[in-house]
Design a protein around this ligand. Structure first.
Ligand code: SIN
Length: 279
């Protein structure tokens, strides 16, 4: 088994069948995940049951509240865009579940049907984003907390992200559960629960403000952090192929699904693994 760090973010792991990881391979995969924040596998052949079994080795599965589920496997959330639909899921920089008090650890995404071209996913390293901040910004954000919510994304108000895009109605639901979400706060800089490394933990989709800052100051700081974190030098554009699997850590990366394949169907199976409170 070989772990090859990729330009910008993540690592590709080759020479392994993730259906049958030995204890030694499992430990090495887990270490690569902690070190690189996102790991990629090629040429895998996972049934739904095997996908679930792989994810369960890393922790309990989070049943997604908002995504359409696989009709036979509720553990699997569908990330789907039909050929006549225009809006994709995850089409902007974000990290999943930061709106939860104990954000999900990460997700295992398996390609099931891909467009002939396009539909890549970008991943950005929040380890690198933090490490490359200047010293005065690091000092400014060291003890700050940020507020996160998903009400404006998954909630029922007509101008919320998915409600404003009616062609996602069959794929994104349960808006009532989003409407009653309480705001949560997390440190702007976390110590990663697996690696202990510092990571920037704010994101353009779900972070709503910096606690204790005025709206203007909060907006300015977040805009500055986002512009820095979006630097392509900290990011990797992953090109999916049949058999590709990506396993990302929400606490160490952002991701962004490109929406450049109108007229074609793209179906991914996503399993999300529970996480923990962040410090
Ligand atoms: C997501 O989970 O945000 C979607 C990722 C993708 O479809 O590539």
């Amino acid at each position: 088994m070989q772990v090859t760090p990729l330009q910008g973010a993540g690592a590709e792991i080759t020479g392994v069948d993730i259906r049958h990881l030995t204890p030694g391979e499992f430990a090495a995969v887990r270490q690569a995940y902690a070190d690189h924040g996102v790991i990629f596998f090629r040429d895998q052949s996972l049934s739904e049951d095997e996908h679930i079994a792989f994810a369960r080795r890393f922790g309990p599965i989070n049943i997604n509240r908002f995504f359409q589920a696989h009709e036979r496997f509720p553990e699997i959330a569908l990330v789907l865009k039909e050929k006549e639909q225009k809006t994709n899921i995850g089409g902007g920089w974000h990290t999943d579940h930061s709106y939860d008090a104990e954000p999900a650890m990460g997700s295992v995404l398996v390609a099931r049907q891909l467009p002939d071209a396009g539909g890549d996913t970008w991943f950005a390293s929040m380890y690198a984003a933090y490490d490359t901040l200047d010293a005065s910004t690091k000092a400014e954000i060291a003890d700050l907390q940020a507020v996160h919510s998903a009400r404006h994304i998954f909630g029922s108000a007509p101008d919320n992200h998915y409600k404003a895009n009616r062609d996602t109605d069959s794929r994104i639901g349960n808006a009532a559960a989003a409407d009653v979400l309480e705001d949560v706060t997390h440190p702007v800089v976390i110590a990663h629960p697996l690696s202990g490394k510092k990571a920037l933990y704010v994101n353009p989709a779900f972070t709503t403000r910096i606690e204790g800052y005025t709206d203007q100051a909060s907006h300015e700081l977040l805009a500055r952090l986002y512009a820095h974190a979006m630097n392509p030098a900290h990011a990797h554009r992953f090109k999916w192929q049949p058999g590709s699997v990506a396993f990302w850590d929400n606490r160490a990366t952002w991701h962004w699904a490109m929406n450049d394949y109108h007229g074609e169907r793209r179906l991914m199976h996503r399993i999300t693994i529970e996480g923990c409170a962040l410090n």
